[in-house]
Design a protein. Sequence first.
Length: 255
Amino acid sequence: MTQWVRFTHGGKACHGSVQGDSVAVHDGLPWVDARPTGELLPLADLPLLAPCAPGKIIGLWNNFRAAADKNGWAHPAEPLYFLKAPDSAIGHGQAIAAVAPEVGRVAYEGELAIVIGRAAHRLAQEDAAACIFGYTCANDLTAMEVLNRDPSFPQWTRSKSFPGFGAFGPWIDTTFDPAGASLRTLVGGRERQNYPLADMFFAPADLVWRLSQDMALAPGDLILCGTSLGVLPMKPGTTVEVVIDGLGTLSNRYG
């Protein structure tokens, strides 16, 4: 059982493991007490939700060397991060509502996301990797004009927290190794991002270790690893696909 989905079934949110074209329904949570119910459902028929319900969504800024060098940003000595509202989360195939015109332009950001599987606070560095339950694809949307609208205060939380601005899925993969993988973002079918995940300043286990020194991470929390070159605004009606080799494809329509 390496791929876990969350979906609506019988009027409630359920978890299940992907088994070919089917999903084995489980009671409980995947990282602690998942128990198979014996029920199998066709994957294609399931209305997928975000594959977990994070208590926290942490997003990284300036975590890729190529983007830093292109934009003239200093290489960070420690992770630079912000928080997104947890209820900005949506899953694969769900529509992202277009923002009001006065909000301004909205940009996509294809990213790798870490899902925490164990409580983690002030970890020893060697224990960090064991706290990662798995990985998923993410689109960390940003209201570009809101971010710096007030010159006295960058509005990271507001610009990142509109409904649907935390898309991730389609599943959590517990065996994926990001070290040699690349990420591509397709916007309206055209490739706009293509970068290696190994270009991070702070790799996943390092991020978990460092972030755990600042805050208590809980099972189901989501860490967005940051993005690289190719971020652009998009128009309502655009479909964005985040593709990570060996992990999956997240697809959402904006507007």
